[in-house]
Write a protein that binds this ligand. Structure first.
Ligand SMILES: *[C@@H]1O[C@H](CO)[C@@H](O)[C@H](O)[C@H]1NC(C)=O
Length: 143
């Protein structure tokens, strides 16, 4: 018959196993950056519109970039690409996107610019891949 302490030991071993498994895949919980009901990365929306749509934003020319990069930098490295995918939203669901359909600048054009945000010419921020690039940004590759 198993004693209570044996169960505790088993439980502790199970916890260790779970934590080890989570650490092994670097599975940071990115939920806070991918399930917010408010517009994700509002400053990056401005920056994308400025760059992809050639729309002038209020303030000095570097401001939109600076604010977007700050917001991106505040997202943990492991979650940046995921947050950008969430920011783009599915092609078929404009209501689930942080981007806006604009006259003369469709959301699809803006979506092409989003993965570039982390690259060296723009915010230069490392991602889950340990480089300043997001891979697998095609919607068919989202998991
Ligand atoms: C990007 O960041 C890396 C690491 O901080 C730095 O060495 C590199 O010079 C930066 N590249 C650009 C283009 O700013």
């Amino acid at each position: 018959m198993a004693s209570k302490s044996n169960y505790n030991l088993l439980f502790a071993a199970l916890l260790v196993f779970i934590f080890a498994a989570v650490a092994a895949v670097g599975n940071e919980d990115c939920t806070p950056w991918t399930s917010t009901l408010i517009t994700p990365l509002p400053s990056c929306r401005n920056y994308v519109e400025e760059q992809a749509c050639r729309i002038e934003m209020p303030g000095p020319p570097y401001l939109a970039k600076q604010e977007c990069c700050e917001q991106l930098a505040n997202i943990p490295q492991q979650c940046r690409c995921q947050a950008l995918r969430y920011f783009m939203g599915p092609k078929s669901r404009p209501d689930q996107s942080g981007l806006m359909e604009l006259p003369g600048c469709p959301r699809e054009v803006q979506m092409n610019f989003v993965p570039i945000l982390v690259t060296p010419g723009y915010c230069n921020l490392t991602t889950v891949h340990n480089t300043p690039y997001c891979l697998g940004m095609e919607e068919s590759q989202w998991s």
